[in-house]
Design a protein around this ligand. Structure first.
Ligand SMILES: [Zn+2]
Length: 211
């Protein structure tokens, strides 16, 4: 496996400092340390397999580091039979972890773009959300990174991203306020310049769900 994390083009700073990736055994040892820190005995039967399970779960939670969203979004279609209106995906499930507490934040993303001449497969947009969500994040950066990747890959006339999520570091610890939605937005191009596009996007976000 790679000993360094790959440079990722859609990060705000254009990349990241290469770091040594610890071995699996070192990661499991770190989990054992946290179990003891919690006040439990890492050697008792119920906890013996926990470090292995936590490492495996982390591989899944943080699987976005090895993937490049711009790459995924660059597989575009050019022939859309003259379609040039807004393309919108609503209620894309977001499962991420805050970089401050490694606590989950869970919610939905709504994405729209106004194509210039290229459109992308719809599942690719959802995949781009996952690539950034499966890293340690703030909701603000996640929102900006999704929008910037679409911008970079499609060069559309505009991009709108709205994420609403509940942060478990606010609901199960700290201030203990469940049911609080954090909403973040990023608008570019026509969505930034023309409030009628922005309003239309927000109306579609809030339009009644069927079923
Ligand atoms: Zn947090």
């Amino acid at each position: 496996m790679d000993q360094t994390l790959k440079k990722t083009s859609a990060l705000p700073d254009g990349g990241r400092r290469p770091i040594r990736r610890p071995s699996r055994a070192e990661a499991e040892e770190a989990v054992r340390t946290l179990l003891a820190w919690a006040g439990d005995d890492p050697e008792r039967e119920g906890l013996q397999d926990t470090p292995r399970r936590v490492a495996a779960a982390d591989e899944e939670y943080f699987s976005g580091y090895g993937n490049d969203a711009v790459d995924v979004l660059s597989r575009t279609f050019e022939d859309v039979a003259g379609y040039d209106d807004m393309v919108m995906l609503r209620d894309i499930r977001v499962e991420s972890h805050c970089e401050h507490h490694i606590a989950p934040f869970i919610g939905v993303a709504h994405i729209a773009y106004l194509p210039a001449n290229r459109v992308v497969g719809l599942s690719k947009l959802a995949r781009a959300v996952d690539i950034f969500a499966k890293r340690l994040q703030t909701q603000e950066s996640l929102t900006a990174q999704v929008a910037d990747a679409i911008e970079q890959a499609l060069a559309p006339r505009g991009v709108a991203v709205l994420i609403e999520a509940e942060h478990q570091c606010m609901s199960t610890r700290g201030i203990h306020k469940p049911g609080v939605s954090t909403i973040t937005t990023r608008f570019s191009g026509v969505f930034e310049q023309d409030s009628s596009y922005r309003d239309r996007f927000l109306q579609m976000v809030h339009a009644e769900r069927r079923g």
